[in-house]
Design a protein around this ligand. Structure first.
Ligand code: PLP
Length: 369
């Protein structure tokens, strides 16, 4: 008997969500696959999107290398850009697009001696104050890049701090700052992450950069019925017992039965990525019926209330999140974000379904760091 815990990934849903995101935004869209595609498996996700996606985005060079080594030929943007000269050399060899968000990265391009030309995405900070050139320095950074003679294209980009808050004026302010800073600069533009795509029509330009919505969830507080959950985190009940009134359950004895309570023991815990902070009452489905977590989540197990699911027993299927239990609802029950929950999934095997077509030949890697 093997442990019945797994993470099913519906790649048809992923393709659906990508096409929906691009359709809403218009223009082209980079599917953001950083952090192992938010826990969904970057390579499998890339292959399943390869025939439809305009390109991909990852956080850093190694993530891009893994996709190229796995045979992905689509454009890949490296969102943090390169950290040193040898990374820039590899980026060029693997035909990657690079974000340039600080002085040092312009200097690396100026000093590169490969004779290569780079497809650069120039990141402008319009209020997030994290990465990117200040709006007042944008034109200067642009001119410096141009005068290196080593850039084949410059795409102008920025990133939103509060796009998932529909009534919030900061996003409108960021759009205005971006437009003013780039008014005199030629090149394509990219502003929208998922929330930008869904909430801010005025931010739509040449390229979208959707991440979270590709995986079928959102944080802006509105239902988007066209988006389909991609990940189903599932397990089974492997023991059942009944608590008498006054008996406590689990670490910390945080749950004390006030009446007879049927409890199912489930083979998944925080070591699999289910949030330890999930509180009693967090939704879970058993054999398709809505019920909830009770007691504290353990490393390898958790407990679920079966009092109102009388037909459930050992072997019953458990959906921790997926089509019946929105990951956003679990995130809320755990005081976490859906981003964090999806990225945290580990140990339980990923099972990719509806793989589709588009698998290329692996590229031979050259160069070392
Ligand atoms: C992660 C990231 C995205 C995707 O954001 P979502 O909110 O997941 O859609 C887009 N752009 C940049 C620069 C990012 O770092």
């Amino acid at each position: 008997m093997t442990r019945p815990t797994s993470v099913r990934i519906d790649l048809a849903a992923l393709r659906n969500n990508y096409l929906y995101a691009r359709g809403v935004h218009g223009g082209r869209a980079l599917a953001v696959l950083k952090a192992n595609a938010y826990g969904h498996g970057a390579l499998a996700s890339a292959h399943s999107l390869a025939s439809v996606a305009d390109g991909f985005a990852v956080a850093f060079l190694d993530e891009a290398c893994a996709l190229r080594e796995g045979g992905v030929r689509n454009p890949i943007l490296v969102l943090e850009g390169c950290f040193n000269a040898s990374e820039l050399k590899i980026a060029n060899e693997l035909d990657l697009w690079v974000v340039v968000h600080q002085e040092e990265q312009i200097r690396l391009i100026e000093e590169s001696r490969t004779g290569a030309r780079f497809n650069v995405w120039l990141k402008i900070d319009t209020g997030m104050s994290r990465a990117g050139f200040r709006a007042s320095d944008a034109a200067n950074a642009y001119q410096r890049l141009q005068s290196t003679g080593k850039v084949s294209a410059i795409t102008l980009m920025t990133h939103f701090a509060r796009a998932d808050e529909p009534g919030e004026s900061m996003t409108a302010q960021q759009i205005e700052t971006f437009d003013a800073a780039t008014a005199m600069l030629r090149g394509e533009r990219s502003l929208c992450n998922s929330a930008g795509v869904l909430v801010w029509p005025s931010a739509r330009r040449d390229w979208a950069r959707p991440g979270l919505m590709l995986y079928g969830t959102t944080t802006h507080g509105r239902e988007v019925p066209e988006l389909q959950p991609v990940m189903t985190f599932e397990s089974r009940v492997f023991n059942v017992r009944t608590l008498e009134p006054g008996e406590s359950l689990g670490y910390g004895a945080t749950f004390v039965a006030s009446e007879r309570t049927r409890v199912g023991l489930v083979c998944a815990g925080y070591a699999d990525g289910y949030p330890q902070t999930a509180a009693t009452g967090t939704p879970i489905a058993v054999d398709g019926h809505a019920t909830s977590l009770i007691g504290r989540v353990s490393m390898d197990m958790l407990t679920v209330d079966l009092t109102n699911v009388p037909n459930a027993g050992v072997g019953s299927s458990v959906e921790l999140w997926g089509p019946r239990v929105p990951v956003a609802a679990v995130a809320q029950g755990a005081s976490r974000s859906p981003y964090e929950l999806l990225c945290a999934v580990k140990r339980a095997p990923l099972v990719h379904e509806n793989v589709g077509q588009g698998i290329g030949e692996p590229l031979r890697m050259t160069g070392t760091r």
